[in-house]
Design a protein around this ligand. Structure first.
Ligand SMILES: CC(C)(COP(=O)(O)OP(=O)(O)OC[C@H]1O[C@@H](n2cnc3c(N)ncnc32)[C@H](O)[C@@H]1OP(=O)(O)O)[C@@H](O)C(=O)NCCC(=O)NCCS
Length: 308
């Protein structure tokens, strides 16, 4: 068995195979879509080096395993995309070989590692445990459709008191949003300055009450056209006043109307009952639980959501 970067002519076939694996909860990982076309695009655009960071295990001409090596400097972390192992191949042998090759090509500064399997994954937890990873609190994946008249969202996006307005974050508001984000989500995967940077397929909306920014929602259109709520934060002094509800409704409407997303999803800590109740009251339902396995860092200090 050899381990090497995937060739471009292999990507579409591999993406179809990954799509099948993603449809099975016992093989599903969080960071990959279920849609083969989106998976193929995603692999080609993997940060930071595209297909050079997509490793395949090959036995003769047959791909028997795949691992994406997505990594960054801020935080200095690798998010392992996989490993995926073909039916009939030895899981431990293939997964270990892919992981060893992936680690060998990481820059020295990358000291943090994460896997994100579905809670029902058949073998990744055992592989992760054997390699020194530890499990942390699961997050629920919540989804809702964005078809139909969306009257419920239109109603919820209106502030009954008429004081709150939701507007796209303009450049001058970027430092305010970044400050709020870093205070509410210290140590999370995207820093405040990153979420506040402009992109065509993503937006940050802010809630303003007069001159004061009381909350924000970061949303994006994903490769498979579905919408995603990346972050939602309300400043502690403004909580339980309906800001979060208005922001989620406005964010969903933006995804439906500006980005034509057929559905929206998000992840929320299992213990974050307040946020879950908020989403459920706006029609979101739980699709799955994702259990993060981490090595070299912990986000356990964030397990209890900030007091509201
Ligand atoms: C979650 C969060 C965004 C909610 O914002 P908010 O402005 O307080 O929410 P709203 O006032 O619009 O609440 C709407 C409904 O959600 C539910 N809810 C919100 N916070 C709750 C809490 N702490 N406990 C129980 N229910 C809660 C309630 O049903 C509430 O309706 P009610 O006040 O009429 O009972 C806010 O608490 C926050 O920023 N938390 C920290 C960051 C976070 O957890 N973000 C979500 C991660 S995905």
């Amino acid at each position: 068995m050899d381990i090497r970067p995937i060739r471009d002519d292999e990507v579409d076939g591999a993406a179809r195979w990954l799509g099948d694996q993603q449809a099975d909860p016992a093989r599903h990982i969080a960071s990959e879509s279920m849609d083969p076309a989106a998976i193929a695009t995603d692999l080609r655009q993997l940060e930071p080096r595209g297909l050079e960071d997509v490793l395949v295990a090959v036995d003769g001409d047959t791909i028997v395993g795949l691992l994406g090596v997505e990594h960054d400097t801020d935080p200095p972390r690798v998010w392992w995309r996989g490993p995926f192992v073909a039916d009939g191949a030895d899981v431990d042998t293939v997964a270990d070989a892919l992981l060893a090759a992936g680690r060998a090509q990481l820059p020295d500064h990358v000291t943090e590692e994460e896997f994100g399997p579905d809670e029902r994954h058949a073998w990744l937890p055992a592989v992760a445990g054997r390699h020194g990873f530890h499990a942390e609190e699961a997050s629920a994946v919540l989804v809702r459709g964005l078809g139909g008249d969306l009257d419920d969202l239109r109603g919820a996006a209106e502030d009954p008191a008429g004081e709150l307005v939701v507007v796209p974050a303009t450049t001058d508001l970027a430092p305010v949003v970044a400050g709020l984000h870093d205070a509410i989500f210290p140590g999370t995967h995207a820093s405040g300055s990153r979420i506040a940077s402009a992109r065509d397929d993503a937006a940050v909306l802010v809630a303003r009450s007069g001159a004061e920014v009381t909350g924000y929602i970061a949303i994006e259109r994903q490769q498979d056209a579905t919408g995603y709520i990346d972050y939602l934060g309300v400043s502690p002094g403004a909580r339980r006043g309906g800001v979060g509800r208005v922001l989620v409704a406005a964010g969903c409407l933006h995804l439906a109307e500006a980005y034509a997303c057929p559905s929206v999803n998000l992840t929320v800590r299992e213990s974050n009952r307040g946020a879950r109740r908020l989403y459920e009251s706006l029609g979101f339902v739980q699709e799955r639980l994702i259990r993060p396995w981490r090595r070299g860092f912990s986000l356990a200090h964030l397990d209890s959501p900030p007091a509201s």
